[in-house]
Design a binder for this molecule. Structure first.
Ligand SMILES: Cc1ncc(COP(=O)(O)O)c(C=O)c1O
Length: 305
């Protein structure tokens, strides 16, 4: 059994000793910003960028936790390195940050709390089994009935734990196909994102993805755009509609755990020739080169365990 030490508001404690109040604004209001970083070969990938995004989210939601990015980096590395000692060489992990406003005081002001922010940082094994088959076969991308929360209500760039809308969307696509992955549309019918990833298409050799006007500014999205540039693949941030996915040559999702997840069907329609396409494969190979391990092999090896 791993000791699994977690950080909770200034203390490093075993997981079963980390308790939050049932009145915490995380529970009462879903008032939590979050980050999920992963390791490759035990090294955190773009942790500074994740912390940068975390502090932007904190700023926009007006939650001042009393210390800055450097201290957050130090604490994060402490949690990570302490726990990594117990991970095998071929195992990787998530490093997750959840920060709420603290213990909520019921009344007219939902931002009033009786204590400081609740800072929760923990690691979990990088379990890739549910995505592993999609590297080879591609997944079925499906649009749910529910639409994305408009950025006019909550900017999609705030990475938060108010996940009800994403959960409902994902539940809806599972009614169509139990293995479907959501492509959530915004209120105008434009493609926004997946419950935990960004969406890309390849059409006529050009890579396209929605602007961050209606989706999270994913770190994997940004890295994929950087890799495309290096590979000489033309890329555009633009408006995409369901038609563009149905008629694309290739479609894939990007997210921290899996990097790239190809899709070979969209709402029951075969995408391109129904196989994972050449641009997607090139980008997956570039990801493997960048992080120093074969991302497909790592995920597929977990299916053998
Ligand atoms: C709603 C949403 N979109 C996109 C992403 C992908 O972001 P990243 O590449 O930074 O993991 C996530 C990640 O969890 C997400 O929650």
């Amino acid at each position: 059994m791993r000791k699994n030490l977690v950080h909770i508001s200034g203390r490093l404690v075993p997981e079963n000793e980390a308790k939050i109040s049932i009145f915490d604004s995380a529970v009462m209001l879903g008032d939590t910003v979050t980050e999920s970083t992963r390791t490759f070969l035990h090294k955190p990938f773009k942790l500074e960028e994740h912390i940068e995004r975390l502090y932007k989210s904190l700023k926009v939601v007006r939650n001042d936790i009393g210390y800055g990015k450097e201290e957050m980096l130090r604490i994060s590395l402490e949690v990570l390195n302490t726990n990594l000692e117990e991970y095998g060489a071929s195992e990787d992990c998530w490093l997750v940050h959840n920060i709420s406003r603290g213990i909520s005081i019921a009344g007219s002001d939902p931002t009033s709390t009786s204590n400081e922010a609740t800072v929760m940082i923990f690691v979990q094994p990088m379990d890739l089994r549910s995505w592993a088959p999609f590297y080879i076969d591609g997944c079925h991308a499906v649009t749910p009935m529910s639409r994305a929360i408009p950025s006019q209500s909550m900017d999609a760039r705030i990475k938060n734990r108010s996940r009800m809308a994403y959960t409902l969307a994902e539940a809806e696509v599972k009614l169509i196909d139990p293995h479907a992955q959501s492509v959530i549309l915004d209120i105008y019918g434009n493609v926004s994102e997946n419950k935990g990833g960004n969406v890309f298409v390849v059409t006529g050799g050009v890579l396209k993805t929605p602007t961050t006007g209606n989706c999270l500014a994913g770190i994997t999205r940004e890295t994929t755009l950087q890799l495309a540039k290096k590979l000489g693949i033309t890329a555009e941030e633009t408006i995409l509609q369901p038609y563009d996915l149905a008629t694309a040559d290739e479609v894939f999702f990007t997210s921290t755990p899996y990097c790239i997840m190809p899709a070979t069907r969209f709402n029951g329609i075969t995408i391109g020739d129904g196989r994972v396409g050449p641009v997607t494969k090139k980008l997956m190979a570039a990801w493997s080169d960048l992080v120093g391990l074969d991302i497909i092999e790592q995920a597929r090896n977990q299916l053998k365990d």
